[in-house]
Design a protein around this ligand. Structure first.
Ligand code: ARG
Ligand code: ZN
Length: 483
């Protein structure tokens, strides 16, 4: 971005017909270290991530010796490449104490910067663009405290500990959106840098671990069990699920809704003793997979299911395994989190300002599901409209952290899609959704990318309907599709 600007200014000067600039020596490239401290400059969380760093894969090993306590030990090996020269690698980490760092297997110097929540590692030589390296970090202790940006909920993000007692045996799990993953894992903690994961979780006998991806063989140790999971498609760091509990793992036959009808593995994790009234919220998951893949295109991952947790927290669309609090275990939230597997986990916002791309689409799935069940979709839209008319609204690109999960992100975001549907009709709307997930799965996009894509797919009228809902500061009229 900043590299484009001087060129444009020079060009502007030339076009303005000013006197030719005196001959300048060619600018010398900045020293390698100059860019090292630059973050990804997210509009909402400017400190996250490192410019020029691309983490391709995280190989994670976590040991939870006493489930229900925050204590954790970990070893993670990141496969990373540089997209610009990096004299230092600056990972987001605000977690347990780092005990060792290795660069391609050799001990490497490192330091913690608690004020920036960075773990800074110096490789033996700068990592040059295109070069790949393996960075290993070992750590042990207690995760840091990062509070939810929405201060109406006193929520600690990242690694959660549910103490034993009150019927439970002690549990841990991740609840990281937006920036809690770096309380338990050193990461480039920004949605624009998606990666694949291998996750190994070692727990005491009697406990079960679950994580995003497909489960491999369980390894029995001396007094421990290690569960292994492979998340083969790239996901944003906040979408990584890790759970430890006394779980019942309930499987069902695979559902053929993947690419070209590929089978999607089905498994749900319920804490032992979960009542039927909670489990019943997930009785229609297979049907939801069929209905949503009909609208959105093939399901993007190899497995789907839920892990139920007991604390009264927000639900979260953790990849392949949504994290579902007991109190949110109902059909509406179940279909919402499933929809996020396409919108959020597979197709990801490039910045936190664009998070309505997640919440608007997932909320719209609630309307589509209502219709598929024979209900009145327009009544759902009218209900959302009334909420916005009463509570106020804003244009959709967020400008502050407190807006990330507000009514505009959810209900107005959903009505923007309803407006697109009303403008182009059901068949073109469905084709648009299929094309959108096909184009952006595994990638990250901005709101501007969405509008440009809509223009190309459905033309100017559809794009204009969408754009009005994206940009206008007030509340546009309620869209009414004719089916
Ligand atoms: N993406 C979640 C959902 O809509 C909500 C996450 C809320 N996160 C938060 N930090 N308040 O399902
Ligand atoms: Zn959501």
């Amino acid at each position: 971005r900043s590299t484009v600007l001087p060129g444009l200014l020079i060009l502007a000067g030339v076009l303005a017909g000013g006197p030719p600039a005196p001959a300048q020596p060619l600018p010398t490239p900045p020293p390698v270290s100059a860019g090292a401290a630059r973050t990804l400059n997210d509009p909402i969380f400017p400190g996250l991530g490192q410019l020029g760093l691309d983490v391709r894969h995280y190989d994670v090993a976590l040991t939870v010796a006493e489930p229900g306590t925050p204590e954790l030990s970990g070893a993670v090996t990141l496969t990373l490449v540089a997209t610009r020269p990096l004299a230092e690698v600056r990972l987001d980490f605000f977690g347990p104490t780092v005990t060792a760092v290795r660069w391609n297997g050799q001990a490497a110097p490192f330091r913690m910067e608690p004020d920036t929540q960075k773990l800074v590692v110096t490789p033996p030589a700068p990592l040059l663009p295109g070069q790949e390296a393996r960075l290993t970090v070992e750590y042990q202790g207690t995760p840091g405290v990062i509070l939810d940006p929405d201060f109406s909920t006193p929520l600690r993000l990242g690694w959660q500990a549910v103490p034993a007692g009150e019927g439970g045996a002690g549990a841990n799990f991740t609840l990281s959106e937006p920036q809690g993953t770096h309380t338990f894992l050193p990461t480039n903690d920004h949605p624009s840098d998606k990666a694949t994961f291998t996750t190994r979780v070692t727990v005491p006998p009697g406990f079960t671990a679950a994580a995003s991806g497909l489960e491999g063989a369980v390894v029995e140790g001396s007094g421990t069990r290690t569960f292994v999971f492979t998340q083969a498609e790239p996901i944003p760091t906040y979408a990584l699920a890790v759970h430890v509990n006394r779980f019942e793992r309930v499987t069902a036959p695979p559902v053929p809704v993947g690419a070209n009808g590929a089978p999607v593995v089905r498994r749900d994790y319920f804490p032992v003793g979960t009542p039927d009234s909670t489990r019943s919220a997930y009785a229609l998951t297979d049907e939801m997979l069929r209905v949503l893949s009909g609208w959105f295109g093939p399901y993007p991952f190899g497995a789907y299911g839920v892990a139920v947790v007991t604390p009264p927290l927000p639900a979260l669309e953790t990849a392949t395994l949504s994290t579902m609090p007991v109190r949110s275990s109902n059909e509406r939230v179940a279909v919402h989190e499933l929809a996020h597997q396409w919108f959020g986990d597979a197709v990801t916002p490039a910045t936190w300002a664009d998070v309505w791309l997640n919440e608007g689409f997932a909320t719209y799935a609630e309307l589509l599901w209502t219709e598929a069940q024979g209900g009145d979709g327009q009544a759902v839209a009218a209900h959302w409209y009334a909420i916005l008319a009463q509570g106020g609204t804003r244009s959709l690109v967020a400008t502050q952290a407190g807006q990330l999960f507000d009514r505009s992100a959810y209900q107005r975001g959903a009505l923007a899609l309803h407006a697109l549907r009303a403008a182009v009709g059901d068949a073109a709307f469905r084709a648009f959704l299929h094309a959108y997930t096909a184009r952006f799965s595994g990638k990250a996009l901005t709101t501007a990318d969405l509008l440009a894509f809509a223009h190309a797919q459905v033309g100017g009228a559809g794009e204009a309907a969408l754009r009005t809902w994206v940009e206008s500061p007030g509340l546009p009229p309620l869209p009414v599709p004719s089916h």
